[in-house]
Write a protein that binds this ligand. Structure first.
Ligand SMILES: Cc1ncc(COP(=O)(O)O)c(C=O)c1O
Length: 496
């Protein structure tokens, strides 16, 4: 797709009009039809975020001497987070652009720390529960760290014995989530931290999702909560770092997270210095060079404008919303919520073989909901915010309809995207799936890409307008057919 600069600049109105038009096909998050990606507090709060962001739109945190304002704001944000997570005066940290960057930085810091303190290590390893976020694998690839994934307990929480059995002389850190993305459950942080202490290893708590929600849920009355929140932060001896995203339940503008350490002894390994560069002495605390001032200012503004009272009342509303969805889903006999999620991240799947979650997901999508799917087990995923309470009745009614439809139309398991998602979740096909996804990414970023209709192709190319010879190979139809036959036979035998 040839795109070039317009010879003359567009007017402000036309520029904005075109942007709005492009946004027109995006997911309908303002109507609460999506369950993730966007964390919306209120329209008034969004307006404040825009204003705060605008004030420091051009400011650059790269040079804290030039922008003392940003240095001050970052310091305030970090100290507030340290306070929320019960750190002492030794606890330190920085802001980053998001959860992934915070996790990358922690893994980098632990690798560098190990290089100084465990000099025998050639190939460092980090032990994580299987539910740890994909960002840890990204860190592994970027920084040449082996990520050792360990199985979960039946309630989807980390199995600390399994983690302990995978520690060896190359291990540089342990990881737990509070809560994890897939199942929304809290790993047993106290046990992971005890293991870390026993084996002399630092422990990272990934509170990217829960960091700015859990401390306020803890402040609610017991009857307002779903469950008691076990300590997950610096109160737990042995926890040495925490990542927590302001752009999630902190309700800041996108591009804001914190990475905190119990001690400067770790943080210093995150810093990067080039003292011999002809361009001058260059020091950067995080992965970025230029650090956007708008995101830092908006994060400061979110914390100060909502204050403790604002976050607590939001947590109260979020808990009511989560209870409504969890109870509503569990009341549908064919479905069940996975594990016991204590806050707002919920995954659910089919009870028996007759109602597949992917087929239900297709039906929800046909009714206008944006659906996220997990691979193991076959299930659907939601991240809830208070706004979702407004659509809970509609969602649960349509979910019941969707389940009824799938029950009475067994072929839905072999139609739409359901068989494809079922197929790609199967272990033997990992390499094929990888090839497919790589092909999609290449097309998306190729000259002909850009905003096309994308997704894993079941039977053909993903992008309209892409010449057939350039289109990525579809998942072979014989595999899809084989899967349909296998599922149909399975059903026949179950009936027999
Ligand atoms: C538990 C957890 N960790 C890390 C991340 C990565 O955060 P980001 O998308 O801001 O990079 C997420 C994102 O959802 C998450 O849920």
């Amino acid at each position: 797709m040839a795109v070039s600069l317009p010879p003359q600049g567009l007017s402000k109105e036309e520029t904005l009009e075109r942007l709005r038009a492009m946004g027109g096909n995006d997911v309908r998050w303002r109507e609460h039809r999506a369950f993730g990606l966007v964390y919306h507090h209120s329209d008034a709060h969004t307006e404040l975020m825009q204003d705060a962001h605008n004030l420091f739109l051009s400011a650059n945190g790269l040079n804290p001497m030039a922008f003392k304002s940003l240095q001050r704001m970052e310091h305030d944000v970090v100290r507030i987070a340290v306070d929320l997570f019960h750190g002492n005066d030794a606890a330190v940290g920085t802001m980053s652009s998001g959860g992934t960057e915070s996790i990358l930085l922690a893994m980098l810091a632990y690798r560098q720390h190990a290089r100084g303190h465990r000099k025998w290590i050639r190939r460092p390893e980090v032990v994580v529960p299987e539910s740890a976020h994909a960002a840890f694998y990204k860190a592994g690839e970027y920084f040449d760290i082996k990520v050792v994934s360990t199985p979960l307990q039946s309630d989807y929480r980390a199995d600390v014995d399994a983690m302990g059995s995978r520690i060896n002389r190359n291990t540089i850190a342990l990881v737990g989530s509070a809560p994890c993305y897939p199942y929304g459950v809290m790993d047993p942080i106290a046990d992971i931290a005890a293991l870390g202490r026993e084996r002399g290893l630092p422990v990272h708590v990934d509170a990217c999702l829960g960091g700015f929600l859990l401390p306020f849920v803890e402040r609610l009355n017991p009857e307002e909560r779903i469950a008691e929140i076990p300590p997950f932060d610096f109160r737990v001896p042995g926890v040495t770092s925490i990542s927590a995203d302001l752009h999630k339940y902190g309700y800041a503008a996108k591009g804001a997270s914190v990475i905190l350490y119990s001690d400067m002894a770790y943080l210093r390994h995150q810093f990067n210095l080039s003292t011999d560069w002809c361009g001058g002495i260059y020091a950067s605390p995080t992965l970025a060079g230029t650090r956007p001032g708008g995101a830092i200012a908006a994060a400061w503004a979110a914390l100060h404008s909502l204050g403790e009272e604002g976050y607590v009342s939001n947590a109260r509303a979020a808990m009511e919303t989560a209870k409504t969805y969890i109870n509503g889903i569990n009341a549908i006999p064919e479905l069940e919520v996975l594990g016991n999620p204590p806050v707002t991240i919920v995954a659910y799947g089919g009870h028996g073989p007759d109602v597949g979650a992917y087929a239900v997901g297709d039906q929800l999508e046909a009714r206008g909901w944006h659906v996220d799917r997990l691979q193991r087990p076959e299930s659907l995923h939601m991240i809830l915010n208070p706004g979702h309470l407004r659509v809970a009745d509609a969602y649960l009614t349509e979910l019941r309809d969707a389940v009824e439809y799938v029950k009475t139309h067994p072929d839905t398991a072999f139609e739409g995207s359901a068989p494809m998602y079922g197929l790609i979740a199967k272990a033997p096909l990992r390499r094929l799936v990888r090839k497919q996804v790589m092909g999609i990414m290449e097309q998306m970023h190729a000259a002909a890409g850009g905003g096309k209709n994308i997704g894993l192709p079941a039977e053909g190319a993903y992008a309209e307008g892409v010449p057939e010879e350039e289109a990525i190979a579809p998942i072979p139809p014989f595999l899809l057919k084989a899967m349909r036959v296998k599922a149909q036979l399975g059903r026949l035998f179950r009936r027999a």
